[in-house]
Design a protein around this ligand. Sequence first.
Ligand SMILES: Cc1cc2nc3c(=O)[nH]c(=O)nc-3n(C[C@H](O)[C@H](O)[C@H](O)COP(=O)(O)OP(=O)(O)OC[C@H]3O[C@@H](n4cnc5c(N)ncnc54)[C@H](O)[C@@H]3O)c2cc1C
Length: 403
Amino acid sequence: MDRKFDIIVVGAGLVGLSTAFKIQQKMPNKRILILEKETSVSLHQSGRNSGVLHSGLYYNPGSLKADNCVKGRRELVDFAIKHKIKHDVCGKLVVATNQKELSFLPKLLNRGIKNGLKKLEILNPSEMKEREPFVSGLGAIFVPETGIIDYKQVAHKLVDLIKKINSKSGVITNSEVSDFYRNEKHSVVVTNKQKFYCENIIFCAGLFSDRLAKKDGLKLDLKIVGFRGDYYTLTDQASHKVNNLIYPVPNPEFPFLGVHFTRMTCNEIECGPNAVFTFKREGYKKGDFNFKDTLDALNYLGTWKLFAKHWRFGLNEIVKASSKRVFLHNLKKLIPSLAIDDIVEGRSGVRAMALGSNGDVIDDFKIVQVNKNIHVLNAPSPAATACLSIGESISQIYLNQKN
Ligand SMILES: Cc1cc2nc3c(=O)[nH]c(=O)nc-3n(C[C@H](O)[C@H](O)[C@H](O)COP(=O)(O)OP(=O)(O)OC[C@H]3O[C@@H](n4cnc5c(N)ncnc54)[C@H](O)[C@@H]3O)c2cc1C
């Protein structure tokens, strides 16, 4: 097996795969290797998310999130049509359940318009019920460009396309990058199994992006912390209560959208996710613990500042995670007729959130270049929606670096 490549991408999530795909499209002769520590691609954030094609409604106009979400979504929908990937641009409701939220709707709508969204509508309760008969609220925004997609299918298609363009490129799984360094000729990437050689390394390691960047000599003003999100599923008897996507109005103080209802492409209805600080970066079960991750988080001033600022929110999320009744209580704000037997415990995902030393979550995407390497330091939601656009940006950074 040849172990020399032009580029090595670390991490086969949607960001790593889209980056490799975009570079491969522009430079078909480049040999690109994607190294993934798991048994398959997209087993972490990219395969454990809500499966939503975000519209771009929420993000600050002009931010990387806003631009990449809108561009990336349009491109991903075209990609899904071209490659027959399961998706549905079904629209969603953002529902206000109190006066404060209702008065926030016009602001949210204007933000969406500034971000280029089309045909946004404010609905009164009866118009809202025409779309979602079981929902309760004082009003809603209808966002027609939001959709759902099978992100795992997207990831596997990207792998196929990369290999189709250049048969010498591809993914090697079960290969954890443990070290890398530069000698006089090239970069050496060390995995648990063997060494590989390349000219450039692009790090797209999600929950571990900070550790690899630190190893590369970057002085970081952030640390990645994990926020687990648990989902429940509606039973077959209750699934008629949701047609498409129903979201609450987000609390602008927190970087999470609040528990919502999502019809998945398999037609199951999921409710969630909550947001619980986790002491294991890839800890998908309640009570999961990892000594290194815990020490890392607790030795960081930003973690304590986050706890101090948002202890009430944090406590609520822990209670919500440990009690089905409390979780249901939150869901009932949107669909009051839901009963305890209507929901069953489902899967979970962990979000990689970049936390600044001041205790604030860094909101926007962050990509930096160091010598011949590129690091994706922060790619939270909507990075799955935006993956092709993020990949395009990284490919431009790579091309500019070459000139
Ligand atoms: C619960 C949840 C819900 C979400 N909902 C949505 C949504 O509906 N829509 C949306 O647009 N976004 C959503 N997101 C966000 C979105 O999923 C992520 O922003 C996106 O998937 C990030 O992709 P990534 O490639 O950066 O990270 P990942 O998918 O986490 O990929 C990183 C990869 O790097 C690998 N890796 C790490 N370290 C190494 C190493 N040393 N060697 C080799 N491999 C390594 C990992 O195994 C992993 O496969 C959600 C996220 C979560 C967790």
